[in-house]
Ligand binder design. Structure first.
Ligand code: ZN
Ligand code: ZN
Length: 358
């Protein structure tokens, strides 16, 4: 899978003759090949695409990059020289670059060496990546299936005395075991009072009876991320724990019901936030309803109070409201949905009813 043609089709709109891709995620999106950090450059002109990398990656790139001219970057003929050669060959005068990612030092180096004008154009990639095609949604779905398989099995381990770190390690193992390329982020496992911190780091704390355990995790399949959260109880729940759980679930369903193409994403957030506020927990839901998921675990668009843009069809966002009671407990439930005309499609199949493990 590559997106060279899609990028090329946007060049005129951004007033550029070519796009320079140095960011790892954008380079992967463009070429379908992943080299780490700054170890590669993709360059898309109106005539053709180029992919350059060094001797550590060139063999793998040769097998995986299609529809682009491949060349080896060396000390003598580095990326700037390769860009200048390609620009001269294809009549390129203005080159878009990723202003949101390129460091000031890199930009100055390129400015001093390139014979072209550089123009900020991160948005070209942000806009394209926001709308997923069929192959991308298939990869996101497969990543989700792997995470759900790990979830179904981890329930055997979630019991009194097992530590948060042990659960996190096992989740990681299971996802890799079932075919994931990697985790999409370090799993969050938070039990009892730790659950009130939305991004708690798994600790050596053992799970105790009467606690919630929140597990937020995901994996990567064909370069695309999954992301899910389930909160389960161990032993028993208090009346308040049950009330909070069902409030979060109702909020999530309200947000999902509001999510469709053309709706400002803040409205989706607000639909969920209203359920939580009406239940009296408005002060305990501090983050946004959701974020885009794709090549990166957090990307555009966001569903939060500040995003007024309408959701495009094909956007993929998480649906993850939560209630966090400091020093006591927290609940978050997270699915990922594809925005469609008139509604959205939930990529998740894992049940969400309150589960009380023995
Ligand atoms: Zn998550
Ligand atoms: Zn998320």
């Amino acid at each position: 899978m590559n997106h060279f043609a899609a990028i090329r089709a946007q060049l005129d709109r951004y007033g550029i003759d070519a796009m320079l891709l140095t960011n790892e995620a954008n380079r992967f999106y463009a070429s379908g090949f992943r080299s780490i950090g700054t170890d590669g450059v993709a360059f898309v002109t109106k005539k053709r695409a180029y992919y350059w990398t060094d001797s550590r990656y060139i063999e793998a790139a040769g097998r995986q990059v299609a529809d682009a001219e491949l060349a080896l970057a060396t000390v003598e003929r580095g990326y700037a020289a390769l860009i200048n050669e390609a620009a001269a060959r294809d009549g390129v005068e203005t080159v878009g670059f990723e202003d949101e990612y390129m460091t000031v030092a890199e930009l100055e180096r390129y400015r001093s060496r390139l014979h072209v004008a550089l123009k900020p154009a991160t948005e070209l990639l942000t806009g394209l990546r926001m709308v997923k095609d069929g192959a991308e949604i298939a990869a996101l779905t497969d990543a989700q299936r792997i995470a759900e398989r790990a979830l179904a099995e981890i329930y055997n381990d979630v019991r009194v005395g097992v530590t948060e770190k042990e659960i996190a390690a096992k989740l990681t193992y299971l996802m890799l075991r079932y075919g994931a390329e990697n985790v999409s982020f370090d799993p969050i496992v938070a039990s009892g009072a730790n659950g009130s911190k939305p991004h708690a780091v798994p600790s050596d704390k053992p799970i105790a009876a009467g606690e919630f355990v929140t597990m937020d995790f995901g994996c990567i399949c064909r370069g695309y991320c999954s992301d899910m959260t389930r909160t389960v109880a161990v032993g028993y729940v208090t009346e308040e724990m049950e009330r909070v759980y069902h409030t979060v679930l109702r909020a999530q369903l309200a947000g999902i019901a509001a999510a469709r193409a053309g709706v400002p994403s803040c409205d989706v957030h607000n639909a969920a936030a209203k359920v939580i506020a009406d239940a009296g927990y408005g002060a305990y839901f501090g983050h946004g309803f959701g974020h885009g998921v794709g090549v990166e675990i957090h990307e555009s668009p966001r569903a939060s109070t500040t995003w007024k843009d309408p959701l495009p069809a094909g956007a993929v966002i998480s649906a993850e409201p939560g209630i966090y009671l400091p020093g006591r407990f927290g609940v978050r439930i997270e699915d990922v949905v594809v925005i469609r005309e008139g509604g959205c499609e939930n990529l998740h199949r894992a049940p969400k009813e309150l589960l009380i493990l023995p």
